[in-house]
Design a protein around this ligand. Structure first.
Ligand code: FPP
Length: 255
């Protein structure tokens, strides 16, 4: 049987994760394996962004959060940073009409002000054009890192305490969550990392406390529908206990 059909048949559409986050890794190696420049790997990676966004939308996933450019990525060779910035701006301009047609809402997370002005304008134009879309939320993390985000949240909370809007004793998990870039998003159910490394690289450290982690050796440009379905089927095979016992979970969800 066709592998995609087999995986689709195995997928329980009543238990599709609400929020999938992805660390898109392996563009450079994909290019090197083909004796091509790293930029070509990133360009190919944009195709995967396009494809996975479409599949996520078709499957009814509500939030897709992509680690497109980390704070640490600023330390890459300037020419590679320039190419990535160019690609991100170009991709958003090219994709916005289709995203709009598919009711996809673009959201931007990270230090957007650090991006080159034209790229920031392209991204903000895409975000504003799709603001009324209520299908998939495509959350693009750009110049993002979790430690940056948590540091900013702590600073915001300290200011609120100093200004008397908040008491130190009144700080709870919700106070912190509401000051992160993901303030109104549910935590990811599933975090996927492509490219074979087993680490989370400063991505959504607070939010993935109870996420299922899925690592695949497939390089991001090769990560297509079949690989995505494999990850979702694997996710559905897991029992999410959130600190409880297996018996408690079964009692609460008898089906
Ligand atoms: C990691 O591969 C990938 C990145 C640092 C960039 C990912 C960005 C894109 C695919 C473009 C995103 C575009 C939009 C519109 C969101 P790597 O270079 O670290 O690969 P390597 O580990 O094999 O060297």
């Amino acid at each position: 049987m066709d592998k995609i059909k087999e995986l689709t048949d195995r997928l329980d559409m009543t238990r599709i994760p609400r929020h999938v986050a992805i660390i898109m890794d392996g563009n450079g190696r994909w290019a090197r394996e083909r004796m091509r420049g790293r930029s070509e790997g990133h360009a190919e990676g944009v195709n995967s962004v396009h494809n996975i966004t479409r599949h996520a939308s078709d499957l009814g996933i509500k939030h897709l959060t992509l680690y497109a450019f980390s704070t640490e990525n600023w330390n890459r060779p300037p020419q590679e940073v320039e190419t990535l910035m160019y690609l991100i701006g170009w991709a958003i301009r090219k994709e916005t009409p289709e995203l709009l047609a598919n009711n996809v809402h673009i959201r931007l997370l990270g230090e957007i002000d650090r991006l080159p002005e034209q790229v920031r304008k392209d991204l903000e134009a895409g975000r504003d054009a799709t603001a009324a879309c209520d299908g998939l939320n495509l959350n693009l993390c750009l110049s993002y890192s979790s430690r940056w985000e948590i540091t900013r949240a702590v600073r915001r909370i300290a200011e609120d305490v100093l200004d008397g809007r908040l008491s130190a004793g009144g700080i709870d998990e919700k106070t912190i969550a509401s000051r992160l870039s993901t303030e109104d998003l549910p935590d990811p159910d599933l975090l996927i990392r492509t490219g074979g490394e087993h680490r989370v690289s400063n991505f959504l450290l607070w939010q993935i406390a109870y996420s299922e982690l899925y690592f695949t050796p497939i390089l991001w440009p090769d990560f297509g529908q079949e690989a995505f379905l494999e990850a979702l089927v694997d996710y559905q095979s897991r029992e999410r206990r959130f600190g409880k016992t297996s018996d408690q979970v079964k009692e609460e969800n008898p089906n």
